[in-house]
Structure formats: C-alpha cells, structure tokens
Design a protein around this ligand. Structure first.
Ligand SMILES: N[C@@H](CCC(=O)N[C@@H](CS)C(=O)NCC(=O)O)C(=O)O
Length: 158
C-alpha cells in the first residue's frame, strides 16, 4: 500500500516539500532581483518611490529593459511554479512511485532554474523555450496522474 500522507514521514512528500521550497524561494528572489535593477537604474514603479519625492510629474512608470525582463521572468515563474505546488500536493495523494516522483520534482526544479538563467542572461532561443517546456511537461504529467486516479476511483465506485 503506497504512503499517501502529507507528512515528512512520507518520502514522496518530503521530496516534494524540498523541491517546492527551492522553486518558491527562487520565485521570491525574483522580487529582490527586480529591486536591485530598479535601484541601480533609478527606475521606480511609483512617483513616491523616488528619494526626496518625485522630481517631476510621472504619469507613466518609466520603462527599462532590464527591469521589465526580470518582471516577465517573475511572472512566468508565477504562471508555472504555483501550478506545480498545487498539483504536487494532489500528485503526492495519488501515491506515486518515489523514484518517478523524484524525477518529476527534480526535472521541474532544474528546468525552472534553467529557464531563469536563459531569460536573464539572456541565452539564445530555444534555450528558454526548452526550460519552459520541460517544466510544463512535468505539470501536465502530474495532472494526468491525478486525473487517472480520480477516474479509476469513480469507475470502481459505480
Ligand atoms: N505567458 C507566456 C506563455 C508562454 C510561455 O511561458 N513561454 C515561455 C517560453 S518561450 C516564456 O519564457 N515566455 C516569456 C514570458 O512569459 O515572458 C508568454 O506570454 O510568453
């Protein structure tokens, strides 16, 4: 009988918790990385963010390529890491093989770190695309596992 508990006694859950924390931390750090560029380039989001108050009337937030790149990278993390964390919980509840589960979690984490490196360096395409697709495949695979178990349970109940 597979262990499906959301407890650190469950090897699959403890692996999931570790890799989820890594990608969530990476996502959190994107905010500080955005701030680093904002301060270095003096490109702030709001008039009141300028030291000593706004120097002039700012109707549109100023645009800076580096700041916007980090913001896009951060948004892409939110689009992919949050589904990973939510799906991961459901996936652990299906009682997957620990080796296959670890492969999913490691591949997702590796792909998202690579996606960030590819986005921020920037590396030539299709590097970033491959990082994105690798993570997407993991999320789709976990979704299929969850749906499969859900369908089997529904069919067996009928
Ligand atoms: N929201 C994404 C959906 C597709 C996606 O995530 N594509 C990857 C691989 S090309 C990406 O890095 N997109 C750039 C981005 O989200 O800023 C977009 O607008 O591009």
């Amino acid at each position: 009988m597979a262990n499906t508990s959301l407890s650190f006694d469950n090897l699959v859950f403890s692996q999931f918790a570790f890799y989820a924390a890594v990608v969530l931390l990476k996502t959190l750090l994107m905010s500080t990385y955005t701030s680093r560029f904002r301060i270095a380039k003096k490109v702030f989001a709001n008039p009141e963010d300028y030291l000593g108050g706004p120097k002039r009337e700012i109707r549109q937030p100023p645009f800076d390529d580096d700041v916007e790149r980090v913001r896009r990278c951060h948004l892409n993390d939110l689009e992919n890491v949050l589904p990973f964390v939510l799906l991961g919980f459901l996936y652990v509840l299906t009682g997957p093989d620990p080796w296959i589960a670890a492969l999913h979690f490691r591949m997702f984490t590796g792909c998202r770190i690579f996606h960030t490196i590819a986005y921020l360096t920037p590396l030539p395409q299709p590097s970033r695309f491959l990082g994105f697709v690798g993570g997407l495949i993991v999320n789709i695979s976990m979704t299929i596992s969850v749906l499969r178990v859900g369908i089997i349970i529904r069919v067996n109940r009928q």
